[in-house]
Design a protein around this ligand. Structure first.
Ligand code: UD1
Ligand code: UDP
Length: 366
């Protein structure tokens, strides 16, 4: 059988790497499973794409749709047109999409409309309940046409049940992002900036911001950063900046000697810094999961999360988006009262193997 693996944006690359490895491993046992890697080109900068292929050993994509940036509709349209052409030319048996980015939704729609191609959604069923986020729309639309759901939590299973999805379509397998985290942990790399900024273990904060609600308004962004710096009690704050945020930071003067604004980091360097940080402050989804598994306190600048287990089980806490909530959270951190957290069920590094075994069984290969 031929499986299309779709990836378009930074978090996708981290989620597909172990799935590809698991396909290669099962093929080596004589099972007739092959894949075609389709990069949509949603993210294209070396620091947002190419570096992850190199560091994680992901093979070069068989196809790159090179859609680039644009509005939601422009990107969706270009991805659908590009992927539809590919499928009309060479069909596949299963289209595997991961996560909740525009590439996820666009390719699932294109696949369903060409020969009713089966769609599997890795990370299906998660919901924030916030319809102002493009990701929530992507999740709802993708899940409405998905055939097989590979889920990360029991909450996701319940969301799908409530939406009327049959239990036979839902496979609770765990988290492929955590497969990559465990596999790469021994290779985490101390970046050169460690010495340059005089970092010490558990003596600095990692920060990332890229959600439109936090970064698309310059005043709001400046207020958030200023408040984080003020609350950090002078310890270094390392801020690898997403390109969306970088555009907004141009000409924004924030004078703070402990704030280090840097380019996006490679996976191995970024997670070295998260593992050794005193805490993370972020609006990312994936980073809340990684911080949970590495038992690093995590403050999330959002009102909702589609990953509630990072809060109920893990180290994550939602602060909301009001800058006033930042100082009390830092006080709790500095007084040593942050929760320790535990690791959610099945986030054990073996998720991709489970996914591939389910696919082999569903398609009658084993
Ligand atoms: C996208 C996802 C978001 C995910 C994030 C991961 C959607 C709707 N959003 O958000 O869920 O959390 O990726 O990082 O799919 N840009 C570059 N270089 C690049 C990529 C983007 O400069 O390689 C800039 C462009 O100006 C672009 C902007 O960043 O317009 C936003 O990129 P886009 O892919 O539309 O959304 P993200 O904010 O990256
Ligand atoms: N990441 C990275 N370098 C960075 C910032 C993030 O390698 O400078 C990794 C991080 O470890 C996680 C993923 O990128 O695996 C998260 O991506 P992002 O926050 O862009 O997207 P989200 O998870 O919010 O969709």
């Amino acid at each position: 059988m031929l499986i299309d693996i779709i990836a378009g944006a930074r978090p996708n690359f981290i989620k597909i790497a172990p799935i590809i490895e698991a396909i290669e491993a099962i093929r080596a046992t004589g099972i007739d499973m092959n894949y075609r890697l389709v990069h949509t080109g949603q993210h294209y900068d070396k620091k947002m794409s190419g570096d992850f292929f190199e560091q994680l050993g992901i093979p070069a994509p068989h196809h790159n749709l090179e859609v680039g940036s644009g509005t939601q509709a422009e990107q969706t349209g270009r991805i659908m047109i590009g992927y539809e052409k590919l499928l009309l030319d060479t069909p596949c048996d299963l289209c595997v999409v991961v996560g909740d980015v525009t590439s996820t939704m666009a390719c699932s729609i294109a696949a369903k409309k060409v020969n009713n191609t089966k769609v599997a959604h890795v990370e299906g069923g998660i919901r924030s309940g916030d319809w102002t986020m493009p990701e929530e729309i992507n999740r709802i639309v993708t899940d409405a046409i998905t055939d097989y759901f590979f889920t990360t939590s029991d909450v996701a299973n319940n969301n799908l049940r409530k939406a009327g999805i049959a239990d036979s379509q839902v496979f609770f397998v765990g988290n492929t992002m955590i497969d990559t985290l465990y596999k790469q942990m021994p290779r985490f790399t101390k970046p050169e900036l460690w010495n340059r900024f005089g970092l010490i273990e558990k003596g600095y904060i990692m920060m990332t911001l890229h959600r439109p609600a936090n970064v698309d308004d310059k005043e709001k962004l400046k207020e958030l950063i200023t408040e984080i710096v003020r609350a950090s009690q002078g310890i270094p704050v390392i801020f690898p900046v997403h390109p969306r945020t970088a555009k907004m930071l141009e000409n924004m003067a924030i004078n703070a000697s402990n704030l280090h604004v840097i380019d996006p980091l490679g996976y191995l360097e970024f997670n070295y810094l998260v593992k050794n940080a005193k805490a993370v402050i972020t609006d990312s989804g994936g980073i809340t999961e990684e911080a949970t598994v590495m038992s690093v306190p995590c403050m999330t600048l959002r009102d909702s999360t589609e990953r509630p287990e990072t809060c109920t089980v893990g180290t994550n806490e939602l602060l909301g988006t009001d800058p006033k909530s930042i100082a009390p959270a830092f006080e709790k951190l500095f007084s040593g009262q942050w929760k320790k957290g535990a690791i959610p069920e099945l986030w054990d590094g073996k998720t991709s193997g489970r996914i591939v075994k389910h696919i082999a069984r569903i398609f009658g290969l084993s």
